[in-house]
Design a protein around this ligand. Sequence first.
Ligand code: C2E
Ligand code: MG
Ligand code: MG
Ligand code: MG
Length: 283
Amino acid sequence: HAKEKGRNNYQFFDVRMNEHAQSQLSMANKLRIALNRNVIHPHYQLKVDIRTGKPIGLEALARWNDENGKPVSPAKFIPIAEEHGLIARVGSSILQQVCVQIRMWQDMNFEFGSVAFNLSAQQFRDPNLLSDIREAIEDNKIDPKHLEVEVTENTMMDDVEDAIQILSNLKDMGLKISIDDFGTGYSSLSYLKRFPVDTLKIDRSFINELTLDSDDAAIVSAIVSMAQKLGVSIVAEGVENIEQSQYLKEIGCYHVQGYLYAKPCAGGELPLVWEHVIREFAE
Ligand code: C2E
Ligand code: MG
Ligand code: MG
Ligand code: MG
């Protein structure tokens, strides 16, 4: 009996594995088509200074609607792009569009601060990264101070010496550096002072229940005071309600990003959303 059951389980597992592999492959193919058609675009989400209620900058987030017009989450398609050798194309398409957008905003005298873009582990280690960024900057004649990269702790910890070199090169080019999803990875605090980073972005998972869970509150306070002592700025991700924002203000975390202020939107809409946030939140 046990043997039979075991075998059935095995077959079930096998079928499921197969289905999973199939759907991954089918998504990779759709992604390839999407890249050929240039239908992956950045949206932009504001970061706000809660002391003044004014926006201070933006994060670019990749958006893709499948052939039925249904949005596919980047949390899904970015890992697939990595596994199927497509991440460099996704990355350069986003970077290109971000730089064109920055050029347009500069020309309109729209002061957006900076635009951060996300780099996955493979993009970060790509030997062409620096020259691609340099080229995008030069082609669009933008000021590199308007650009920022977001990299996770784990990406950096893969090879620390190498990471420090890449980050230093990016800084030398004039870009700012953020550590994304901070607190969820395995970076050791001793490395933090060696990485030339400007900003820590506290992961949304600690902000979710910030005002309900005393452990999360303790973790966030500790990150904020450590950052202050290291002279690194802080952004809290995923702020959805006024209680969270109030609490963050009390502990000295003034820069936030989240649905409370604005959801990511298309570049064309962004200046209006920016104005809207100022009207709603600035005192
Ligand atoms: P991330 O870089 O940590 O981006 C923040 C995510 O939190 C975004 O999800 C954003 O829409 C979401 N978010 C912002 N405020 C709130 C909030 O108040 N509540 C909730 N529930 N969510 C909020 P999104 O756009 O789905 O992106 C997911 C992840 O995919 C990103 O996490 C990033 O790791 C990756 N990603 C997105 N775009 C790119 C890209 O162009 N390149 C690469 N390599 N990765 C990207
Ligand atoms: Mg990010
Ligand atoms: Mg994040
Ligand atoms: Mg994330």
